[in-house]
Design a protein around this ligand. Structure first.
Ligand code: FES
Length: 165
């Protein structure tokens, strides 16, 4: 009987104990390519965002080409590539929200916060994101502020909401 050599797991990008949580998840999923999205979720839960080092580590650990890992990390609006602000504001730009004024909401935030989608205010207070559909089309236009969905939003409404945070 031939025993396949056991490969040592790749080294995590940093000496940070939080990587152990990611490694546990990778092992639980059998270190297989089809666990990619779940592992990326875990990395984001643990670190708050997905930087290049983290994507490289996940790519090596799961045997998934780096280009595919980056493709998944940038395709899903849930994944973020930079540290987030204290508060997160996601503006839905899906069809129902778009035709009900989502772009006016986004433009107001872009103007008042001085940042684009994916950006964080220089004081680290608010991150602004865009989503394709939040699954709340009947409440269009919808935004999510700190994980809470707010429907029938207006540019004035979202501005006041962010000021009150
Ligand atoms: S299109 Fe905005 S919630 Fe569906």
């Amino acid at each position: 009987m031939t025993v396949a050599p056991v490969e040592a797991p790749p080294s995590p990008p940093r000496e940070d104990k939080r990587w152990r949580q990611v490694d546990v998840k990778i092992r639980r999923l059998g270190a297989r390519p089809d666990g990619l999205i779940e592992v990326l979720h875990t990395v984001q839960e643990v670190f708050g965002f997905l930087d290049d080092d983290a994507l490289g580590y996940v790519s090596e650990a799961l045997g998934v080409p780096p280009s595919r890992v980056l493709g998944v990390a940038t395709f899903y609006s849930h994944f973020v590539r930079k540290p987030q602000g204290l508060h997160t504001c996601v503006v839905c730009m899906g069809t129902a929200c778009y035709i009900n004024g989502a772009s006016a909401i986004f433009e107001r935030l872009h103007g008042t916060l001085g940042i684009d989608a994916g950006g964080t205010t220089p004081d680290g207070r608010v991150s602004l994101l865009r989503a394709r559909c939040l699954g709340a089309c009947s409440m269009a236009p919808a935004v999510v502020v700190d994980d809470e969905v707010h429907g029938r939003m207006s540019p004035d409404g979202i501005e006041q909401m962010l000021e009150a945070l």
